[in-house]
Design a protein around this ligand. Structure first.
Ligand SMILES: *[C@@H]1O[C@H](CO)[C@@H](O)[C@H](O)[C@H]1NC(C)=O
Ligand SMILES: *[C@@H]1O[C@H](CO)[C@@H](O)[C@H](O)[C@H]1NC(C)=O
Ligand SMILES: *[C@@H]1O[C@H](CO)[C@@H](O)[C@H](O)[C@H]1NC(C)=O
Ligand SMILES: *[C@@H]1O[C@H](CO)[C@@H](O)[C@H](O)[C@H]1NC(C)=O
Ligand SMILES: *[C@@H]1O[C@H](CO)[C@@H](O)[C@H](O)[C@H]1NC(C)=O
Ligand SMILES: *[C@@H]1O[C@H](CO)[C@@H](O)[C@H](O)[C@H]1NC(C)=O
Ligand SMILES: *[C@@H]1O[C@H](CO)[C@@H](O)[C@H](O)[C@H]1NC(C)=O
Ligand SMILES: *[C@@H]1O[C@H](CO)[C@@H](O)[C@H](O)[C@H]1NC(C)=O
Ligand SMILES: *[C@@H]1O[C@H](CO)[C@@H](O)[C@H](O)[C@H]1NC(C)=O
Ligand SMILES: *[C@@H]1O[C@H](CO)[C@@H](O)[C@H](O)[C@H]1NC(C)=O
Length: 531
């Protein structure tokens, strides 16, 4: 993941949008101007997406073993993952799971693969052919943000992609497994308004042939998009609500003056900027796949917006946005699939603090925060929905608890059948256990309304499912008797070298701001003066 120097450009754009929006918000354009509708990507169907996957970085102190990881992914109903290498332990463990995986060629292997067809062929043999189809490898991401972070490898990027592709053709796997390379969003300049976006000219001689390769092989353009950094580097200009996909009032929508398309969130604007940049190079049949996006849950004093609340809001809204199939303003018919960055907090990563806090889960597989994704199906539905339970608090005498229990099962009309002798929640037979069940039964019956988990102060709300053994609490999603296995963590961190660069741009240069400010304001100022 890398931060974007081009995020600066958002400043310009969003400054100008606020002027332009005054004259255009009155008329909501829903259909595209005809000049923008020559798009050749096929309509999506059930099979080809969209989906939400997760990135699995492995700078985790107690990285779960491959098999623990595979069971965890299944438990969480995670169907698509991306790893930063081709870790054989993980690939073996995913065998037979139907979990689809994108594997990666680390940047430090690019030169070898790009300069020898034999090396590429043996890479495919070792990392793909030996596992496929038991392990459903669906893509190879060749290098990571190479154009912006490893200039010395750039000339060998496309040759590496081509050699790997040729090796897949030789094994007849090229239809099933797509070869592409993830880019930092900073290769796109002037991303807002999206219709004016274009690829950095200096890089076009490399980007164009890559796009032509992607078009020819029907592979996606992989992009790493971080509205978090766009927001951080343009504070006060990009509203937080737009970065977090919150619903915004029309005056906060960003209007593209050329297309009159309305953008309610930064993420969609970034995707459309990629489509417009490709269109400038006459490439109109390559779909955008977001290989990384996310929001950190914790940061240092300079990162106040890295918080659990914001991370929850961003990722929950992102997931709902994808499952809504609403596409982008430019391409409502195509919803990009995304890979959330990332599954685990990578606690071994160094400063800034946010670097180690992008995960949905800690390495011990407990959730960092509870996603609000109810209503989107089973994805991540086990541990990170906002399901809550009501249980008896510690530290109260049995007489007080008994009185509350009697009220719940009596006047409160909670269903207390399961705590009768012989029933599944009778044991352990003590007042606290029975009270917890009765409190939860009442609380769920009352629709978890405020005030229904109090019982004169002896009850509390918890997000931990109190079900145990064959005793299933009201509101629990558990259906079987299966209890969660204790996972032994291992020290094996066999992931290979991973070179991912994070260039924090800590301060925006004053003269850049001035330039941007002038470009953005001058036309408006002039028009005011002329009037
Ligand atoms: C919006 O624009 C369309 C086409 O230009 C026009 O027919 C319609 O009356 C406009 N609506 C409003 C509310 O201005
Ligand atoms: C690799 O194979 C391709 C196609 O067969 C060929 O065009 C290319 O020259 C080869 N590259 C090298 C470095 O041998
Ligand atoms: C365009 O890419 C070149 C080469 O990587 C880089 O030096 C330059 O700063 C980029 N331009 C902008 C405006 O980001
Ligand atoms: C794209 O197509 C236009 C019109 O056919 C042409 O003028 C332009 O040179 C093309 N650009 C590229 C990068 O091929
Ligand atoms: C999991 O790890 C987190 C962070 O290190 C810690 O706060 C939490 O207590 C751990 N949970 C369990 C069940 O070990
Ligand atoms: C997770 O959810 C699935 C169904 O959504 C269920 O079968 C399974 O028992 C749940 N596991 C836990 C530990 O809650
Ligand atoms: C859980 O999420 C749903 C849907 O977003 C919401 O209506 C409900 O109030 C939430 N419940 C709690 C306890 O946060
Ligand atoms: C009470 O709960 C039990 C077990 O969950 C269920 O079988 C029974 O139908 C419930 N009774 C009522 C009145 O809802
Ligand atoms: C459910 O699990 C508990 C402990 O894990 C066990 O004692 C009990 O026999 C199981 N019940 C059923 C019906 O399998
Ligand atoms: C799990 O860890 C404990 C202690 O850390 C060890 O005694 C036990 O043998 C381990 N079990 C497995 C299955 O590795």
């Amino acid at each position: 993941m890398a931060t974007n120097s081009n995020n600066l450009i958002f400043l310009l754009s969003i400054l100008s949008f606020s002027f332009l929006s005054i004259s255009t918000t009155g008329n909501q354009t829903t259909s595209l101007p005809s000049t923008y509708s020559h798009f050749q990507i096929k309509q999506q169907n059930e099979e080809n997406g969209p989906f939400v996957g997760v990135n699995i970085g492995s700078d985790v102190e107690n990285m779960p073993s491959g098999s623990d990881l595979a069971s965890f992914l299944q438990l969480q109903k995670i169907t698509h993952v991306r790893i930063y290498d081709a870790n054989p332990d993980i690939l073996k463990s995913l065998s037979g799971t139907k979990i689809r995986v994108i594997i990666s060629v680390p940047n430090n292997q690019l030169i070898a693969i790009g300069s020898s067809n034999t090396t590429a062929a043996s890479w495919i043999y070792r990392n793909v052919v030996s596992f496929y189809p038991q392990t459903l490898i669906t893509g190879i991401s060749v290098g990571d943000e190479v154009l912006t972070t490893v200039p010395s490898s750039v000339p060998l990027l496309l040759p590496a992609m081509q050699s790997l592709y040729n090796a897949l053709v030789a094994s007849n796997l090229h239809q099933k497994i797509k070869v592409s390379t993830p880019h930092a969003s900073s290769i796109i300049l002037d991303p807002f308004p999206p219709s004016e976006a274009f690829f950095n000219q200096t890089l076009v001689s490399f980007i164009l042939p890559i796009l032509q390769f992607l078009s020819k092989t029907e592979s996606p353009l992989m992009m790493n998009f971080y509205p978090y950094y766009v927001f951080m580097q343009n504070k006060g200009v990009v509203p937080l609500d737009n970065a977090l996909f919150k619903s915004v009032t029309p005056d906060k929508e960003m209007v593209d003056p050329n297309t009159l398309l309305h953008y309610t969130n930064v993420f969609d604007a970034m995707i459309d900027a990629a489509y417009f940049s490709m269109k400038n190079l006459n490439v109109t049949d390559v779909v955008v796949l977001v290989t990384e996006t996310g929001w950190p849950s914790k940061g240092d004093s300079k990162e106040p917006y890295a918080s659990k609340d914001n991370a929850d809001t961003y990722n929950s809204n992102l997931i709902k946005h994808v499952f809504d199939h609403s596409g982008t303003p430019l391409h409502p018919e195509v919803t990009s699939s995304v890979y959330v960055y990332e599954l685990f907090d990578e606690d071994l990563r160094s400063s800034p603090v946010s670097e180690a806090n992008w995960g949905l889960f800690y390495g011990n597989m407990t959730a960092v925060y509870l996603l609000h994704v109810s209503g989107i199906g089973t994805f991540l539905a086990n541990d990170t929905t906002n399901q809550t339970y009501c249980v008896a608090m510690d530290g109260f005498d049995s007489k007080t608890l008994q009185a509350a229990l009697d009220w719940a099962c009596g006047p409160g009309r909670a269903n207390c059948s399961e705590i009768q002798p012989g029933e599944s929640c009778y044991k352990p037979s003590n007042v606290k256990n029975h009270a917890s069940y009765a409190f939860d039964s009442y609380y769920q019956k009352e629709g978890k309304a405020p005030g229904t988990c109090d019982f004169k102060g002896v009850a509390m709300i918890t997000t931990t499912d109190p079900s145990h053994g064959s005793c299933v609490y009201p509101g629990s999603k558990k259906i079987s008797n299966k209890t969660k296995e204790v996972v032994n963590s291992t020290q094996s961190n066999s992931a290979g070298e991973r070179l991912r660069f994070r260039i924090m741009i800590s301060c925006i240069k004053i003269n850049t701001i001035l330039r941007i400010f002038l470009i953005a304001f001058l036309p408006s100022l002039l028009s005011v003066v002329l009037l």
